[in-house]
Design a protein around this ligand. Sequence first.
Ligand SMILES: *Cc1c(COP(=O)(O)O)cnc(C)c1O
Length: 479
Amino acid sequence: MTDPIHEKDLIESTLQDVHGAASRYLARLDDLPAKDPQADALAREFEGELPEDGLGSLEALKALLGRGQIAATRSAGPRFFHFVIGGSTPAALAADWFASALDNNAGLWVSSPLAAQLEKVSLAWLKDLFGLPNQWGGVLVTGATMANFTALAAARQWCGERHGVDVARDGLAGLPPVAVLSSGFIHASAVKALGMLGLGYGSVRRLAADAAGRIDLEALERSLVSLRGAPAIVIATAGEVNAGGFDPIEAMVDVAHRHNAWLHVDGAFGLYARLSPRLAHLAAGMELVDSVISDGHKWLNVPYDSGFAFVRDERLLHAVFGIGAPYFPEAIAGRPDYLMLGPEMSRRARSIAVWATLAAYGRSGYREMVERHVQLARRLADQVNAADDFELIEEPVLNVVCFRYRPGGVSDDELDELNRRLGQAVIDDGRVYFGTTVYAGKVAFRPAISNWRTSDVEVDEILPIARELGARLRAGAAT
Ligand SMILES: *Cc1c(COP(=O)(O)O)cnc(C)c1O
């Protein structure tokens, strides 16, 4: 078997193999540990030379469906609380499979009317869902990192225009350094985006009022005043990754706009607070900012990779990303070409899964899921508060619970090391999955609840497993 053209009549059987294996896998997923103990070893078995003569699809697929499946984490399942990771809803998963079958390039309307139209509709629906003005520009990208990049590129262009410079065309050399201000909540991906944009990831000034990183609003105002009207960028975070905290968006946008600054909000998962009347106060004022981004592959529960950027002034996205080529068709009103609004030219048709999941579950389905997850976080926090061997670091406001192991008889200065070792033990054990962070100067756990499958059954496993592994660690240390 060499040239794939000889395999045309194998498509049905390869897809049937995958369908069978995936269906059986997903049917067991609620009962499986978050990671198989053999995963690391089986992953390493994928090695060897590039084959001169291929195995053919059926043989190649066999390895993936067999040991490949065990080497993967069950991040699609209900026990994966590490990072902030969503699963794939039934509608999103099925639509994403179909998107691969269609294999359309979502760059231009002519390359896929379906993908372009569904992107337009999805972005309009997402703005509606998040309560953002419908005339804002938007684009689908690979995730919150590239969404931060895209929106901050618009911010950079805006700063350049204030100085009379077209940064996209002429670069940054003609500009004074652009001040970038944030709280301690700023996410690593926004910092990375600043580096990629030539603004310098070292340029961000974190104006924190406390060890957790909460914004010092007076320091923000003082810093902006000292710039004497020079354009600046303020980055706010809605949903901090360690404990789920929110920067005060309304207060920050007010200060920013009084002093000629652009306010960008990273709402990778926190923007979803706006789906619930009970939680919306956390992210109030979002309709007043200049740009805001979020993730699809986290709380929307669509497959990787999927994120969205929204910018108040769509013209700025065109100014940065709207670089044409002689082989592109002429722009036609009502036939959007999304490669002109974002960093990629050829693009996966991510809109297909986003559209399908929003069509399938609607506003109320997502509101219910978000509220259910927030209640589960509350449930876990209550269990932590009731336990005498665990300590809540911060009352959860959303879906992340920041706590640590604190059994009797362990001194304060041993706690960081104990929690770090317990975090590793949880990962090695694999029944449930979450890691450690450092928040407010303490090593702590930060399980996040964002998978559509997760219920109280799995959340209730977290503390008993951590307790069991913690006791084992301490018994081992004592011998
Ligand atoms: C996850 C996250 C990001 C990065 O998102 P990716 O989808 O991994 O690129 C950025 N900001 C916040 C607040 C996040 O939680």
